[in-house]
Design a protein around this ligand. Sequence first.
Ligand SMILES: Nc1ncnc2c1ncn2[C@@H]1O[C@H](COP(=O)(O)OP(=O)(O)OP(=O)(O)O)[C@@H](O)[C@H]1O
Ligand SMILES: CC(C)(CO)[C@@H](O)C(=O)NCCC(=O)O
Length: 307
Amino acid sequence: MSDPINYNAFTRAEWRAFSDDAKLPLTQESLRQIKAFNDRISLQDVQDIYIPLIHLLRLQFNHYRLLQQDKATFLQQPAHRVPFIIGIAGSVAVGKSTAARLLEVLLNHYFKNSNIQLITTDGFLYPNDELKRRQLMSRKGFPESYDMAALIQFLNDVKAGVPSIKAPLYSHKIYDIVPDEFETITAPDILIVEGINTLQLPTNEQIYVSDFTDFSIYVDAEANLIEDWFLERFELLLETAFRDPENYYYPYAIGDRDEAMAKGKKVWEDIDLKNLEEYILPTRNRADMIIHKTIGHRIDRLLLRKY
Ligand SMILES: Nc1ncnc2c1ncn2[C@@H]1O[C@H](COP(=O)(O)OP(=O)(O)OP(=O)(O)O)[C@@H](O)[C@H]1O
Ligand SMILES: CC(C)(CO)[C@@H](O)C(=O)NCCC(=O)O
């Protein structure tokens, strides 16, 4: 990609040099937690990319806190803590949720007395019944498939300090919103919000998700690589699905594997790639930071917004 003028671009080696050298080395427990949710995560990436990023986030977070305090003093309001929200955007299957969970473990490690929580915007997709009613089943993930008003209300409640907020839960396994199950967000200091739409500006809304995010990250990669990652994950889903008739992918999992993979490829091409090209990629240059990945999920370049 050609670099936009309002970003500084760094190679991996340049970025690594910003590490404020392991003042607080990761414990075996934190490393175990990282490996537990994805044993393919490179610990070199953690050291070279994520630890400098955590230091940058600390700067952002501390400044945010001070500004909120000064504003409250100016407005003669009692001091109150406003959660800092980190948004993570990018294509389906680019690795947003993996990056978000990694950040969650690292923030827990480095921000010892802070309450760190994570949510995905998938929970704000309309349930399949509603998507069918609106004839949007083949538009899942597109802007109109989300209840954006509910997502904005949720973020507003988080910022307003509502002590306990319920959010709906999406399951890839049933390919739907889980009935009667919720996530509960309880007054975090930092909330990570992960989802393809965190940088979007839907035309039917006056307030956007990005109005609530204090630092945004776009996870970027070439579309043909993301397709490989999508299909690898699809195959993995099939391997777990064939033991579970309740699983959405069960009929594909017990059938012909080539046919199932052809179906996966079609879903990528007709839905997720289209969404990437039309609605997700155009939001890239709104991010505070762009993390670019190459073969094997290796991070090779980082772009940081100057202004
Ligand atoms: N850093 C990484 N190292 C190795 N594998 C990774 C890494 N990041 C993601 N993956 C793999 O790539 C695939 C997609 O990752 P992930 O599920 O995190 O994507 P996503 O962007 O959250 O997708 P979705 O939008 O569908 O929820 C998964 O199979 C995951 O294991
Ligand atoms: C739930 C989303 C939209 C985003 O995570 C995505 O994983 C999805 O289900 N897309 C629809 C097409 C598909 O991949 O099945």
